[in-house]
Design a protein around this ligand. Structure first.
Ligand SMILES: [Zn+2]
Length: 308
């Protein structure tokens, strides 16, 4: 009898504590593009936006076509505080100029942060990337007033998210929450995973990465929504495996993190050919909710009452 009472008490007590720590904000992730760089895959390239209290606050990557999706979503660019880049490949960054120029026709009057990885011999750092686009000698130098104190109503602030140490993360505070970056391995290309914390809600975005460093799962602990890119099948060429995580690696990460929701995105024809098999591999190890990204799909981070 005493055991039954104890169990009943635990049953009542545990959910109350758990509910207090649950994500209850009005927060959603929306897919602007769930594809890679292929031209004939019927998808826009990768990009996502975070909605908070009915306003778009963040863009995560701006691959080609994402500015069209942004318009279709009904979002207003005037409310966006930052663009966070996972890396600077075209399928993640090509629409940045479209957003900056398009902003002219909105009521935007707040500065825009553009935050992304540091550079190397292959890729410019994010600050240099923005200079090469909008600087005085940039391809779109006619927009250079956005970088210098000019006549425009807002300024662009480009930030290289360099890490102070191997396990340290870049962090930036906004009025509504915190964003943090972790260096990840995407072959020879500097790349970041991003974590966004708003209240008790946590979103983690892998970007494109192999899991060679095996650091993502630790970074993603406590994620309500974990978004991983599934660009290859398990039997992909070694070159592709050096750039992207395999479905088996996705399964292992999801199993460790145990997110409330696992979102798969960045599909390519090579991964779609093996889609069912890859999904089966993932579901063998991860038994939670798996969501397949598609353009304009909107996913709440919060949980309904009683959800664990
Ligand atoms: Zn990509």
């Amino acid at each position: 009898m005493r055991v039954v009472v104890l169990l009943l008490l635990l049953h009542v007590a545990l959910p109350v504590h758990a509910l207090a720590d649950q994500c209850r904000e009005d927060i959603y992730l929306q897919i602007l593009g769930a594809g890679g760089p292929e031209l004939d895959d019927g998808r826009t390239s990768s990009g996502y936006q975070l909605w908070l209290n009915g306003q778009a606050k963040l863009l995560l990557d701006t691959g080609s076509g994402t500015s069209i999706s942004f318009g279709d979503s009904g979002a207003d660019f005037a409310t966006v505080d930052a663009v966070l880049f996972s890396h600077l490949h075209t399928d993640h960054s090509a629409d940045l100029p479209a957003f900056v120029k398009g902003a002219y026709f909105t009521g935007r009057n707040r500065d825009l942060y553009v935050i992304g990885p540091d550079g190397n011999h292959l890729m410019p750092a994010t600050g240099e990337f923005v200079q090469r686009l909008f600087g005085k000698n940039g391809a779109f130098s006619y927009l250079s007033d956005y970088l210098y104190k000019g006549r425009e109503r807002f300024q662009l602030h480009a930030v290289d998210a360099t890490e102070p140490g191997e396990n340290a993360v870049f962090v930036k505070d906004f009025s509504w929450g915190l964003v943090a970056a972790l260096t990840v391995h995407h072959g020879p290309v500097p790349a970041l995973a991003w974590r966004v914390d708003v209240g008790h809600c946590r979103l983690v975005y892998s970007g494109d990465m192999s899991d060679n460093t095996q650091k993502l799962a630790g970074f993603a602990t406590g994620a309500d929504l974990l978004m991983l890119h599934m660009a290859i099948p398990d039997n992909a060429h070694p070159v592709a495996q050096n750039l992207h995580m395999s479905p088996t690696q996705i399964a292992q990460i999801a199993k460790r993190v145990q997110p409330k929701k696992l979102l798969l995105s960045h599909f390519m024809k090579r991964s779609e050919r093996h889609f069912n098999e890859s999904l089966r591999l993932i579901r063998q190890q991860f038994h939670g909710e798996v969501i397949i990204a598609e353009r304009l799909l909107t996913i709440p981070l919060s949980h309904s009452d009683g959800a664990e």
